[in-house]
Structures are given as C-alpha cells and as structure tokens.
Ligand binder design. Structure first.
Ligand SMILES: [Zn+2]
Length: 303
C-alpha cells in the first residue's frame, strides 16, 4: 500500500492507495501554522493515522510547494516560507525509518494524470498548473523529471514567446524578471487584463463562461488568452515533444481551452500542422491529483 501526502499552505491531505490505484482511506487536517517543527509533526501524525487505519506499513510520497534542492537537500522556492531551507526529506526519513519520495505539487499533478489519470498510458506527459500561479511538471513513463536544479517543467518563468509590440517588455514578475508566462496566464493576471480592457471585474472562470455565452468582450479576451497559452506551450512542445499536455488548477475548468488552443498551437509548433498529435487534456482527478500523484511516486510493483 502507498501513502500520498499533499502538504499545502492550509491543509495536509493524506490517502492510501491499494492495488490498482484504488483509494482505501483519506484524511485531511489543517496545516499547523506555528512552525516548521509543528508542520513536520502534522505530516508524521497523518502518516501514523493512515497506517493505523490500513494496518500495514506503507511507502510514502509527499507533494509539497517548492522543490528539494539537489545541491543542498533543503527545500527552496516554497510559498509556505517556513519550509524553505529546511531538510524536510531527511527529517521525515529519520522519523519514519524509510525512504520518503518528495516532489513539488505540479510534478505530483503530472505523475497522477500520467499514471491512472487523463494521460494514462501515454509515455511523455507535460502537466500544467494554471491557477494563482503557473507551474508544470514533465513525466516520462510515470516518473517525474526533477533536473539538475529541480526546476524542470517551470515554464511559468520563461518569457512569453513571440511577443507583440504591445506585450513588450511585459509585466513585472515576483521572480524579478519581466514578461514571464505566469504574468500573462495566471488567473489573477487574466482577471486584471480583462478589467483593464473592459472595466469589468469578473473571476477568470466566469470570463470563460461569459465568452461561451457569446459575450463579445469576454470572447476577445479568451481568444487572446488562448493564443498566449498556445504560444507558451509551443515552446515546451518543441523541447520535450509530449504525447499529452494535461491542464490542472482553477483555469483548467475553462472548456474552450481544449478545442481552441490545439488549433492555435499549429501556428507555432515546429511541425507540419496537420501532423501534430500532442493532445490537450482536462484532468481526471482535479484537486485530488496532488495527493494521488504523491502516492504514485512509488509506482506499483509487479509481483
Ligand atoms: Zn517570473
């Protein structure tokens, strides 16, 4: 049996997957907001409770914000800053007496969708988070690619490709650069762009719905969004050439992305347009992908 833990800013979610990826039990507790030590104890308590429920020792995978630095073994780039510069993997392994696999939450999303989700059975999968931020993860044959700096898949901080004059130099990003993909494609940025163009304050998913209902201003905004998304993904396709791109995060609920973006990326991908077979897919597990992907960091052993 395999335990997956999703360590978030507000909650720690855990589940146990049995054979065939069947969920055995699930638990959700608030993330202690006091200190790193309390957060660590919170994770250990969830593991202990899950193992008590299923009555057996399990493998353990953890989805977390940021990444474990290959150079130092410490967590970096986490938005829950109390995790940064902490040796969480070593601390968990010492307390649990076994190897613990850890990956950032976007990588776990990609692993989940590539294992038994929307892209099951496809060899090369790029999982995308479109939400308050823009992230991603590359999975090959069910395994996440971490990389030399543990930034593989972080396309959100590439510059927006093929910028028009009005898109240069682009908005400032929290990472210190300007014009990052995230500054064009995150939910809050889509809402800002729409507000600036129309004076109307709508949530990102509502802009998508308004466009589908025939609202001309929303249609124009969504066409721009789809074109920017197609441009940004075309660069990823040219490098890793995935069989599927799976969208996650709040904006993955905008239906027209799945029809319009693959039409538009034909203009940008380095291939004969009619021969592009990369699929753009909606997620199967939605919000559960992080915790399921964490469990799938230990693939099923064939016995
Ligand atoms: Zn950036």
């Amino acid at each position: 049996m395999r335990i997956g833990i999703d360590l978030g800013g507000t909650k720690i979610e855990g589940l146990v997957l049995g054979p065939g990826g069947v969920e055995k039990t699930r638990l959700r507790v608030p993330t202690p907001d006091a200190s790193y030590g309390d957060t660590l104890k919170g994770v250990l308590d969830v593991v202990a409770e899950l193992e008590k429920r299923v009555g057996t020792r399990c493998t353990i995978g953890v989805a977390h914000p940021g990444a474990v630095s290959p150079a130092t073994g410490l967590i970096k780039n986490a938005n829950s800053t109390r995790l940064n510069d902490r040796p969480m993997k070593a601390d968990l392994e010492r307390a649990l007496g076994r190897e613990v696999r850890m990956q950032n939450d976007a990588n776990c999303f990609a692993v989940s969708e590539a294992s038994d989700g929307a892209a099951a059975g496809l060899g090369l999968v790029f999982g995308v988070i479109l939400g308050t931020g823009v992230g991603g993860g590359v999975v090959i044959d069910g395994r996440p690619i971490t990389g030399a700096q543990a930034v593989a898949g972080e396309w959100g901080h590439n510059p927006l490709p093929h910028p028009t004059d009005s898109e240069r130099p682009g908005p400032k990003c929290y990472c210190g650069r300007v014009g990052c993909v995230e500054t064009w494609l995150s939910g809050p940025r889509l809402e800002q762009q729409f507000l600036a163009r129309t004076g109307r304050k709508l949530r990102a998913t509502d802009i998508g719905e308004a466009a589908q209902a025939g609202d001309a201003e929303a249609e124009a905004q969504m066409e721009l969004y789809c074109d920017r998304l197609a441009r940004a993904l075309s660069v990823v396709i040219n490098i890793v050439d995935p069989h599927a791109v799976v969208l996650g995060g709040g904006l993955s609920r905008i239906n027209q992305l799945y029809s319009r973006v693959p039409e538009l990326w034909k203009r940008y991908v380095f291939s004969e347009p009619e021969l592009i077979v990369t699929k753009l897919l909606a997620p199967r597990f939605g919000d559960s992908s992080g915790v399921r992907g964490a469990a799938w960091l230990w693939p099923e052993t064939k016995t």
